[in-house]
Write a protein that binds this ligand. Structure first.
Ligand code: M6R
Length: 614
């Protein structure tokens, strides 16, 4: 949800910022802009609607030399994606420029007060209010920029990650955060700052994750200084990044999404490393071992998440109920916070989020903590807010996911939930040692089984041509395959813009069956599990109404293979592991359909990778 980047040092400021914006473009791509303090004392601001490449075109031939700069790629909240609403925003006197990721909730009140003091506004954004407020305070109180930023932030309600530069004092960047991520990279005589570490991973591995309500004073040649909103100095904790530049490149693939789909054998290997031990016989999850009492005494688990992570959460319910025999509820984080939840200290709340920054999920965590629940996070991005806000948790370790459509994070989340269910099941005595060993053996082989499924690539590419122009799709599954159906439908919707619905297959007869005709293809997830015979009936029902069927079946299947129009066969695995296997062909199907339609799969319209606003 908007990406911000800043740099101060002897490097080429413009090049570093533009490259950084490209890396952050997955966070939003409605407009982009850059502000540069030039050595001659001028402050030059360039903005352009659309992608970062448009900004680069716009900047050609312009004055780009600089000592310090900040830049922004936007996902619009307040005001349409126009040049005018693009960041950086600047004070009316042209002295300060600011980029912002987040939402200023009380912007209207602040704006009205500033208008009374004679300010005029040129955009519809909440951000322009913040920049005017800072400059108003700086002039009125005759104080430094950092003081003015601090005082302004004390008046602000909402979420922000900001970076501010000043024409009259071009040797510094003032940055701050609350509920939106911001990380500072410390190089040799240079500083970087960004919404995540991807813009500067090739320059430094030393980073400081800013905490909520912390202000950073970043000056070339001086140590980094952190203050809180009360003007007290805070400790600077430097941590080392665990990221390499190759993880941020497409590695020969045309799109990040395809690269990430094909990375899954490796990412799943990384995800289970050290967690399935003794030659595949034992499952060991530190987060469970460290909190045995909590998991032993839990009377209920509530899982909160959004989007794809919510689909993983739904699978978590099946897994935990099957293996650990604890009642599980699954909630959309965005609804949970407004549902007046009933929780106490015998509840465990599991929050799942790839980015670790989703605002709705963070808000749900806050409520759960306030009500005394033990909160466990499952995230991908190391050092992000969710792992820091939760009591304990597990990283999925699948590496940076750049494609907006989540793929490898989903299979990583489901894998961690499977391990969690086994670990808690063993702890509570509901899963036998033999079953742990049987599942552990299969889990150890999951990377090679996913490799096997990826061999369907050419077949799926060919199949996609037949369905590229379908206007609607149904995705059907039962039991463990129902959340997979939801996820398959979401993947298709978000990158190809085809309307798709995921349904529990048996619900079809209660309504959706009315939709089926020769124009409505159904994707039916039908591995060889205990519901197989029932789903055969669902396939028959679709065929009886002239609907065409693409079925995901277990290798060797003959029954569905005889009635479906197309089958994609997967290797046999225990029922609880089928989602990791069956979701992969659905990822490929949505990818190829979107490609056939000429869509930008890595940056689908209206979406952003990390949703840090409510
Ligand atoms: O970072 P999170 O896992 O919290 O993100 C949640 C959703 O915004 C995300 O899964 C979204 O639905 C993806 N675009 C799905 O592909």
């Amino acid at each position: 949800m908007c990406g911000i980047v800043g740099y101060i040092g002897d490097g080429n400021v413009y090049d570093i910022l533009i490259k950084g914006l490209h890396r952050l473009e997955y966070r939003g791509y409605d407009s982009a802009g850059i502000a540069l303090c030039a050595p001659d004392g001028s402050l030059n601001i360039y903005k352009s609607c659309g992608k970062v490449s448009n900004l680069e075109q716009h900047c050609k031939g312009k004055k780009l030399d600089a000592k310090v700069g900040i830049a922004h790629t936007r996902w619009a909240t307040h005001g349409e994606p126009t040049d005018n609403n693009a960041h950086p925003h600047y004070s009316e006197d042209g002295n300060i420029a600011l980029v912002h990721n987040g939402t200023i909730e009380n912007y209207k009140v602040l704006k009205d007060a500033l208008i009374e003091h004679g300010c005029t506004f040129h955009s519809e954004t909440d951000t322009e209010v913040l920049v005017e407020l800072i400059e108003y305070i700086r002039l009125k109180n005759n104080c430094s920029l950092v003081d003015a930023v601090r005082q302004a932030l004390n008046e602000v309600v909402g979420a922000y990650a900001i970076a501010v530069i000043e024409k009259s004092n071009p040797d510094q960047i003032i940055a701050a955060r609350k509920s939106s991520p911001l990380v500072i990279g410390i190089g040799k005589d240079e500083f970087f700052l960004a919404s995540d570490a991807t813009p500067f991973v090739e320059y430094t591995q030393n980073v400081v994750y800013l905490k909520d309500e912390e202000i950073a004073v970043i000056k070339k040649g001086e140590p980094l200084k952190l203050l809180n909103l009360e003007n007290e100095e805070a400790d600077v904790n430097i941590t080392e990044l665990q990221m390499s530049i190759s993880q941020l490149e497409k590695g020969g693939f045309p799109h990040f999404m395809l690269k990430e789909i094909f990375e899954q054998p490796d990412t799943l290997r990384d995800c289970i490393r050290g967690r399935v031990i003794d030659g595949g016989k034992r499952v060991c999850l530190t987060g469970v071992l460290d909190n045995k009492e909590k998991f032993l005494n839990a009377k209920r688990i509530v899982i909160v998440a959004c989007g794809t992570s919510w689909h993983a959460a739904l699978l978590g319910k099946y897994l935990l109920q099957d293996m650990a025999r604890i009642p599980v509820e699954v909630e959309y984080a965005s609804e949970f916070r407004y549902s007046n939840p009933v929780l106490d200290d015998r509840d465990i709340v599991i929050a799942i989020s790839q980015s670790g920054e989703t605002a709705d999920t963070l808000a749900a965590i806050q409520i759960a903590k306030e009500m005394g629940a033990f909160v466990y996070g499952i995230s991908n991005v190391v050092g992000s807010s969710i792992p820091r806000e939760t009591h304990s948790g597990t990283y999925i370790h699948v590496g940076p996911e750049i494609g907006v459509a989540s793929t490898k994070a989903f299979t990583g989340q489901v894998m961690v939930l499977t391990l969690l269910a086994i670990a808690v099941g063993r702890l509570r005595g509901n899963l036998s040692e033999e079953e742990e060993e049987r599942l552990g053996g299969y889990i150890s082989r999951i990377p090679e089984l996913v490799e096997d499924v990826l061999k369907l690539n050419d077949k799926i590419k060919h199949l996609s041509l037949i369905y590229t122009y379908a206007r609607n799709f149904l995705y059907l599954g039962r039991g463990y395959s129902y959340p997979v159906a939801l996820e398959g439908a979401l993947k298709l919707k978000e990158i190809s813009y085809i309307h798709a619905e995921g349904y529990p297959a048996a619900e079809m007869k209660h309504g959706p069956i009315a939709l089926i005709d020769a124009e409505m293809p159904s994707v039916i997830i039908a591995p060889n599990d205990h519901l197989y015979e029932k789903i055969v009936n669902n396939v028959q029902q679709v065929k009886a109404r002239q609907g065409s069927v693409i079925a995901i079946v277990t290798r060797g299947d003959t029954e569905i293979a005889n009635i479906a129009d197309h089958v994609l066969d997967i290797p046999e695995v225990p029922e609880c592991l089928t989602p990791i296997i069956t979701s992969v062909p659905l990822q490929l199907l949505s990818y190829y359909i979107a490609i056939n339609k000429g869509k930008n799969v890595d940056m689908p319209r209206n979406l952003a990778k990390s949703v840090t606003v409510e």
